[in-house]
Ligand binder design. Structure first.
Ligand code: SF4
Length: 418
């Protein structure tokens, strides 16, 4: 028997206008999907949403839903008005970890889509802000079956709650010439090592890993990751003068002056009389502007590696925080390099698990206890490169800076020599 459609005048308004509407998508599921269960789910969902718009209240409440052996990964959604919208009275979201850099084959996507239509509503988000594939809308009785099915062909639940969360990595060298390390390998090494901490929430709060192949930071790792791994280089940037001259010929000298040379935040670029470019590499702060505008003429250097920053996060207690550099540069190529980064991450997570307050992110803990204490706790020496904005802060005296740096490096070398 066909279900009676809920009347949705307010939601219908959202279908007006030039953009595709999610309401039209819900209606397609309600009216055109061959499975009556999914028609009902979409109908209930539309009805409850209209009711929310009328009353200006949300009616989803949490609870506890899980799969065997896991403590997280499911966002429970029980309806407070389930009696009126019975078909969708449970509408849980399943968080599933995508492959590193979100590389899928079409077969894989079809498989996931089919499993979700079998056990859920058919509504999926690729991907939520958390980095997970969000399978939205199913009831408690079906979750275990869905999980077993996708787990069988290689997918696992993501993090939810106070735990290590699903990591994110940029697309990397497969499609981007700026890539400075193997983002997928770093992602896999770290996430595989922390699988237990993803599935069984036992930390003060969430902990996120993000991997960006270059300082463009397409994953917003510096702003959003407790442990940000960002690609960089420490030699000179690659310059192809022939390509640079071709760019001048194509765009004109004035265009290059206005859009590249004068846009360098540290005045590290100069245009020579013979239409070649001079780069003062020691003063380049890797803002990436010139490389982005002239990707053929300018490129990342050959001596590539990563910078590691800790403590980035969005709002919560003390406002947004950018990550703080704890490792200015390290190579990330060999198995030993990966072991080293995993060990460092373990030190940091352990230290935070012991010293963080409940509901306190790493960045907030560092603010509370001080960077020096944090570095001492994780066994990393203080380094002048960790000063935030060294060229801009008016509180830092720059006179005598070079001599002080030489002294510091000498001391460090003496210490290392024993
Ligand atoms: Fe200047 Fe940025 Fe180019 Fe470096 S990357 S030379 S800081 S514009």
């Amino acid at each position: 028997m066909a279900t009676k459609h809920h009347v949705t005048p307010m939601l219908d308004e959202l279908e007006n206008g030039p953009w595709p509407s999610f309401i039209s998508g819900f209606k397609r599921l309600r009216d055109d999907h061959p499975d009556a269960r999914i028609n009902g789910l979409a109908n209930g969902l539309l009805g409850q949403l209209e009711h929310s718009y009328e009353t200006r209240k949300g009616y989803w409440k949490g609870g506890t839903v899980s799969v065997f052996g896991y403590g997280g990964g499911i966002i429970p959604r029980f309806s407070e008005v389930g009696n009126a919208f019975v078909e969708s009275k449970e509408f849980h979201t399943v968080r599933v970890q995508p492959p590193a850099s979100n590389f899928y084959s079409t077969d894989m996507l079809r498989q996931l889509g089919d499993s979700w239509e079998k056990h859920g509503s058919g509504l999926v988000t690729f991907h939520g802000q958390t980095g997970n594939i969000m399978f939205i809308g199913t009831d408690t009785s079906r979750i275990q079956h869905f999980f077993d099915e996708i787990n069988e062909y290689g997918f696992d639940l993501g993090g939810a709650g106070p735990c290590v969360r699903t990591a994110m990595s940029c697309i990397g060298s497969a499609r981007c010439e700026m890539s400075c390390f193997n983002e997928q390998a770093a992602h896999r090494h770290l996430v595989n090592n922390f699988t237990d901490d993803v599935h069984r929430p036992a930390l003060p709060y969430k902990f996120k890993f993000k991997f960006s192949g270059c300082p463009n930071d397409c994953q917003n790792a510096i702003e959003r990751a407790d442990f940000a791994v960002i690609g960089t280089w420490r030699d000179d940037m690659r310059v192809d003068q022939a390509e640079f001259k071709a760019a001048i010929e194509k765009k004109g000298r004035q265009y290059i002056i206005d859009n590249v040379i004068t846009r360098c935040p540290t005045n590290a670029l100069a245009l020579n009389d013979d239409d070649t470019i001079a780069v003062d590499n020691r003063n380049c702060v890797r803002c990436m502007h010139c490389l982005n505008v002239l990707p053929k003429a300018l490129g990342v250097g050959e001596d590539r590696g990563v910078t590691i920053l800790v403590g980035g996060k969005r709002t919560l207690k003390i406002g947004d925080l950018m990550g703080t550099v704890v490792v200015p540069f390290m190579k990330l190529r060999t198995e030993e390099d990966f072991e080293q980064i995993v060990e460092m991450a373990e030190e940091i997570v352990d230290f935070w698990a012991e010293n963080g307050l409940e509901h306190e992110r790493t960045g907030e803990m560092i603010e509370r206890i001080g960077l020096v204490n944090f570095l001492e706790g994780i066994g990393i020496d203080v380094d002048p490169n960790m000063v935030s904005n060294p060229r801009q802060s008016s509180y830092i005296r720059m006179d005598g800076w070079d001599e002080a740096a030489v002294e510091w490096f000498e001391k460090k070398a003496e210490k290392a020599a024993g």
